[in-house]
Design a protein around this ligand. Structure first.
Ligand code: PLP
Length: 358
């Protein structure tokens, strides 16, 4: 079976095999890692190693804290304003699609979330305005954006370079897909369930000078300063998910780090988009410069045929390919753990399906 689900997504097979062999007796402790105290020295070593490996593969500077929290990316939609608004009343929210709009809707509860719409058209396709054309507001405490819109299949590949702006980015569906310059951001957050590990864990990377400004009503478990002081163990962390994420970080290191990961991802995405562009039967509606390399939405000539595609794909062992309910069609999520063989298998199926419809 090839799983193209947008999340929770597949984990690398090698990681799952390792987890399977040590499930009942981890690290000669005689217990499963999920049964060990998060305060014990064994789990502590595992947590520290995972954090250090993430720091090294993503090249996170020393003046940034790495937190392993709970509540998914949606909890961060609230945590961000409550942690860093300080005395300010407004923040800029770049509107590039579904998830960035959800972040702004949540922020509305705590501040004035200024929507900055960057959607535009390019050759009749959906595109996003380049960063230089973003209309930011002087009074905003920070600017929030989403570099990869998981549902729309839209991506922003530029990295922020705004003088005197605190940039917050929801990297949920593209973290670790390529190298980035962490020093350009104030906060990066990401739910784990796409490129990192199982759902239930959320990574927050926060610049130290942003700590300690939180709203008094902020729940302690979402307070970056408190979580940082307690090494993300203010309450019981999702230990099994943390351990599995650590195995994924090691897997990325073994494959050659994020530069190698980027090559692998580009190759998969290019192969799939080239096939779609070369076909009269399938279409992708996103302009080339903004095409996601993680989530590839596409449609057939009509909705009935889309339904038939999804049903027949499932029979052929291709699952998780149905598009999100709000956009319809199909979506192939090709996160880090998906390999080129999986993409080629999908393309073979698409070709075969097109013939049977013709
Ligand atoms: N942001 C993005 C870009 C996402 O893709 C998702 C989920 O798919 C979310 C936020 C919400 O994440 P969670 O379900 O972890 O709250």
């Amino acid at each position: 079976t090839y799983n193209f689900s947008a999340g929770p997504a597949i984990l690398p097979a090698d990681v799952l095999k390792q987890a399977q062999t040590e499930l009942l007796d981890w690290n000669h402790t005689g217990a499963s890692v999920m049964e060990l105290s998060h305060r014990g020295k064994e789990f502590d070593a595992c947590a520290i190693e995972a954090t250090q490996n993430l720091r090294s593969i993503l090249n996170v500077p020393n003046n940034y804290k790495i937190l392993f929290l709970q509540g998914g990316a949606r909890a961060q939609f609230a945590a961000v304003p409550l942690n860093i608004l300080g005395g300010k009343r407004a923040a800029d929210y770049i509107d590039s699609g579904y998830w960035s709009q959800c972040a702004a809707d949540e922020a509305d509860k705590y501040c004035q979330a200024n929507r900055v719409d960057i959607k535009t058209k390019h050759d009749g396709k959906v595109a996003l305005k380049p960063m230089a054309n973003w209309q930011l507001n002087q009074d905003a405490a920070y600017v929030h954006y989403c570099p990869n819109e998981t549902i729309d299949g839209l991506a922003i590949f530029e990295e922020p370079n705004f003088a005197d702006k605190i940039v917050v980015a929801d990297y949920s569906s593209c973290i670790l897909s390529k190298p980035i310059d962490v020093s350009r951001y104030g906060i990066i957050y990401a739910g784990a369930q796409k490129n990192i590990g199982p759902s239930g864990i959320t990574i927050v990377i926060v610049r130290e000078d942003l700590l300690g400004k939180s709203h008094t009503a902020l729940p302690s478990v979402l307070d970056y300063a408190i979580e940082s002081k307690h090494d993300s163990m203010f309450n019981t962390p999702p230990t099994f998910a943390w351990y599995l994420s650590g195995l994924v970080f090691k897997w990325i290191k073994q494959l050659g780090g994020l530069a190698a990961m980027e090559q692998r991802n580009l190759q998969k995405a290019t192969t799939l988009y080239q096939y779609i562009d070369g076909s009269d039967f399938y279409q992708n509606h996103i302009a080339k410069p903004n095409r996601s390399i993680m989530n590839v939405p596409f449609v057939s000539p009509n909705e009935e045929i889309d339904k038939c595609f999804v049903a027949q794909a499932t029979k052929a062992g291709i699952i998780g390919i149905k598009g999100h309910r709000i956009v319809g069609g199909m979506r192939a999520s090709i996160y880090n753990a998906m390999d080129l063989d999986g993409v080629n298998y999908l393309i073979d199926f698409m070709r075969h399906f097109e013939k049977t419809q013709g």
